[in-house]
Design a protein around this ligand. Structure first.
Ligand code: TXA
Ligand code: MG
Length: 361
């Protein structure tokens, strides 16, 4: 166990107090000397190390308990720094950067020589992202400009959307945790592979397929994103792991509200009779109808951003309360819903019950 220093830095609107600036310099120095710093981004918290130092990347894998064939995303603070970690900047990558950076978008490109294979999980490509969170950007600049950062959770747990989850998973394992408040988006960045034609989405996120298509024209989707494992390996190595798995068995139920409520209540009662503790992941509109041990709302069905923001926190809460059976409502896999359903289906190990008999095939 090591001593983990907790720093609180909100940096609202990108303005830091003298104390906050000092703390950021100190955390930057930790990164430069090969240490690990967890920090807030607009998506989820990251577990950062110097991306150009192979020893830092090894420490990241060890702290997370993560297999080292799973590549890390290199975070930068300025658009022009992309050129230093990739071997070539295609024109399409520049256009995407101009449209969506800083922000929740990661691009996979051929890597430059100086990026160690420890950082890219042995691949010849590198994933690059420029986050918009002011604390993240200042830390990256103070830390030397290139910060490798996976989500700051222990391998197998949901990504942390709040510093308290980072503390749960990482205290005693890393040098510094920066508490910068709750994540805005709550789901990890969209990953686009720019080494193929047309570019391909490897992980859906806040930047949707439509938004990307507007800039790039055609954009394809990795076939494993919304379908059950078909023997096909996802192209982002990390997507093959059961990343988002809660400890309880999760089932997604789709259909009309009344049918879904009746199904969930009937199964919850049966499960309870067998000694299971039952949780329901619902929405404001349907919440009053459920009967279970723990009922949580993701927010209004009309507000997809709220659903995205609350999903991981609720999965963690069910773990904390030792819920052993979980039922969730289903969402349309359109727009941001594509990312929501991708994470929810992974958490459920693709256990989906479809009740709607009128649904068109
Ligand atoms: O929003 C995010 O992207 C967060 C914050 C901290 O920035 N980071 C994050 O990192 O989600 P991580 O390590 O949890 O997920 C990175 C994903 C993994 O599925 C990994 O396999 C994939 O990106 N990836 C990284 N480099 C890749 C590459 N060169 N080719 C294909 N996939 C890659
Ligand atoms: Mg992760």
């Amino acid at each position: 166990m090591m001593d983990t220093k907790i720093m609180t830095i909100h940096g609202r609107d990108g303005v830091f107090s003298c104390e906050e600036e000092q703390a950021l310099q100190e955390a930057g120095e930790v990164l430069r000397s090969g240490g690990l710093v967890a920090f807030p981004t607009e998506t989820v918290y990251g577990l950062g190390g110097d991306a150009l130092n192979p020893e830092s990347s090894r420490k990241i894998y060890a702290a997370k308990g993560r297999p080292s064939d799973n590549p890390l995303i290199v975070h930068i603070a300025r658009m022009e720094d992309m050129a230093a970690v990739v071997s070539r900047v295609p024109e399409a990558a520049l256009r995407l950067g101009q449209a969506f950076w800083p922000g929740p978008l990661t691009m996979v490109l051929p890597k430059a020589e100086r990026v160690p294979r420890e950082t890219t999980g042995g691949l010849e490509t590198v994933a690059v992202r420029m986050p918009s969170h002011p604390v993240a950007r200042r830390l990256i600049a103070c830390g030397g400009g290139y910060v490798a950062a996976p989500s700051a959770n222990l391998s197998g747990r949901p990504s942390p959307t709040s510093a308290r989850y980072v503390i749960e998973d990482m205290a005693g394992r890393i040098d510094v945790i920066i508490d910068g408040g709750d994540g805005d988006i709550g789901l990890e960045s969209t990953i686009v592979d720019m080494t193929v034609d047309p570019p391909q989405i490897l992980r859906p996120g806040y930047i949707t397929q439509d938004m990307l298509s507007e800039v790039l024209g055609q954009v394809s989707l990795d076939g494993t994103i919304l379908t059950a494992d078909s023997g096909q390996a996802p192209r982002a190595p990390g997507m093959k792991y059961r990343h988002y798995a809660p400890r309880g068995e999760l089932t997604i139920v789709s259909g009309q509200v009344a049918e879904v409520t009746a199904y969930i209540n009937a199964h919850a009662a049966q499960d309870q009779a067998q000694g299971y503790k039952v949780g329901v992941i619902g929405t404001d509109e349907a919440l009053a109808g459920y009967r279970a041990d723990l009922i949580c709302s993701l927010g209004s069905r009309q507000d997809e951003e709220s659903i995205a923001r609350h999903l991981y926190g609720i999965l963690r809460r069910f773990d904390d309360e030792q819920v052993t059976r979980i039922y969730s409502e289903c969402f349309d896999a359109m727009g941001l819903g594509q990312a929501i359903m991708n994470r929810l289906l992974k958490a459920a190990g693709h256990r989906l019950v479809e009740l709607d008999s009128n649904r068109e095939q």
